[in-house]
Unconditional design. Structure first.
Length: 478
């Protein structure tokens, strides 16, 4: 495959493909599920771009290759780097810190050293593959140092950065021993994008307080004459694609089969999440079980289907969470289920888009109750699949999607009683109420789909006036 310089380079921790074993036993590739891939792929194709990322695993002999018309450049990672950079700093330090300390972050200097080294390698690879004056779009919390490292290597580039998870307030962020380095790393970009305005505001305030740069609204003025803009670009989904999939005969048949397999209950509740402590799965299942125990629901009429997609299983906190959920489901079904009628139908597995669409169609009530989430595309996918304007969405007010899907039953996921009330209201809502709410939410996601998100970010990046003539003092030390 060609590795000539590209006018658009995407830099992300992961490639948009996963390693699989083909039918003949040889290694091959399969497209990855996930919001980032769905969002970026159309931009890649439109610009004949190159995507740099880690394919997972520790293979060292991988060459650049083409998959489904996309130019992909795999990055290697040693077992030590996986443990220190990926499982350590990215997911043991940044992830919990940025998610409001739902779990306690750990601060280890050797984790930080690995984070710096891996970011430097990604930056160097991007610098080598970008055409003169090219656009480089860097993604997410694993690569927050890349913009500045890349700026130093290639000042001619137009650099964008997008954070897919929440960006925390100063009270939390300032716990990070390397807070200044992270902020300066992000300031290497011309445009820093966040899911919500609050994240952009947090960033600008921290830059002013901790680095000492002059700011005005969403702009940061650097001493070298460069301007950085921080703004919100709420990510979305391919709404039309999900609706088309949901309307297909195969998905319709599968949705019917799912309902039959569950005993054709009056209402199916559904949760689909990565198995992550930020997603609020334990509290949600507990709330549902209490509705049955209290006599508000009966297992003859209602069942909760919880899909928990395996995630970061080498990280101790995730293994503990899986054991806790397994025990909870067993206890609930043992106490409240009947023969052939479990209260919770629990699936610890990942599924293709077609199966997800069938589950969305089969479910009457989608329950999305994370303690903190940058956006949560599952909520939007469910809405896209409800093409008959039916179904109900119970949504955490701490998910980014709550800013747009205001007609959902919004809940505080820390309040079990409020969650129970909302689930019960959604269960009992009449058809007219459901249609009114769903129609409004569907209109929102059709207007603000993934193409609009990508176009908005790329247009803004192209238009950023990245120079200024304001008198600015050097940054203070912090």
């Amino acid at each position: 495959m060609r590795t000539v310089p590209a006018d658009l380079v995407i830099v992300a921790n992961r490639l948009p493909v996963d390693r699989v074993e083909q039918s003949d036993g040889t290694p091959g590739w399969r497209g990855s599920p996930g919001g980032l891939v769905t969002a970026i792929e159309p931009v890649m194709r439109a610009n004949d771009g190159t995507w740099i990322g880690w394919p997972g695993g520790t293979e060292t002999d991988l060459e650049p290759f083409e998959y489904d018309g996309m130019n992909l450049v795999p990055m290697t990672m040693s077992q030590s780097e996986i443990e220190l950079f990926y499982e350590g700093f990215a997911n043991g330090t940044i992830w919990p810190l940025y998610h409001d300390l739902v779990a306690k972050p750990e601060f280890h200097r050797e984790w930080w050293d690995a984070y710096v080294a891996v970011n430097q390698r990604f930056a160097e690879k991007a610098a080598s593959l970008a055409n003169k004056g090219a656009t480089v779009w860097v993604h997410d919390y694993q690569l927050q140092l890349v913009p500045q490292m890349l700026r130093e290597l290639r000042p001619d580039l137009r650099i964008g950065f997008y954070l897919h998870i929440p960006f925390p307030p100063a009270e939390l962020f300032q716990q990070l021993p390397w807070r200044r380095q992270i902020l300066e790393g992000l300031l290497g970009a011309d445009l820093v994008g966040f899911q919500l305005p609050g994240g952009a505001g947090n960033f600008v305030r921290l830059v002013r307080q901790r680095v000492g740069h002059k700011t005005h609204r969403d702009l940061v003025y650097l001493p070298d004459g460069r301007t950085v803009r921080a703004a919100a670009f709420p990510i979305s989904i391919d709404a039309a694609g999900f609706e088309e999939l949901a309307q297909s005969d195969a998905v319709a048949e599968r949705a019917t089969a799912i309902r039959e397999a569950l005993g054709n209950p009056r209402r199916i509740f559904l949760g689909i999440d990565r198995l992550d402590y930020t997603k609020g799965i334990y509290a949600r299942l507990r709330a549902f079980s209490e509705l049955i125990a209290d006599g508000h629901l009966d297992v003859e009429d209602a069942v909760f289907v919880q899909v928990a997609v395996p995630s970061r299983e080498q990280v101790e906190q995730y293994r503990i969470l899986r054991d806790e959920i397994d025990r909870l489901v067993g206890r609930i079904n043992g106490d409240l289920g009947r023969i052939g009628k479990p209260a919770i139908s629990y699936l610890h597995s990942s599924y293709p888009r077609e199966e997800m669409a069938a589950l969305y169609r089969a479910a009457d009530i989608m329950v999305v109750t994370p303690y903190r989430d940058g956006m949560n595309l599952v909520a939007k996918e469910y809405v896209a699949c409800r093409f008959e304007d039916d179904g109900a969405l119970v949504l955490s007010e701490f998910a980014g999607a709550a800013d747009e899907l205001r007609q959902a039953w919004l809940v505080n996921p820390y309040d079990i009683n409020a969650m129970k009330s909302s689930m019960l209201e959604a269960y009992a809502a009449d058809e007219k109420e459901l249609t009114k709410r769903m129609r409004a939410m569907r209109k929102t996601i059709r207007q603000h789909d993934v193409a609009a998100w990508a176009d908005s970010f790329m247009s803004e990046l192209a238009d950023v006036d990245n120079t200024h003539a304001k008198p600015v003092k050097p940054a203070k030390r912090s």
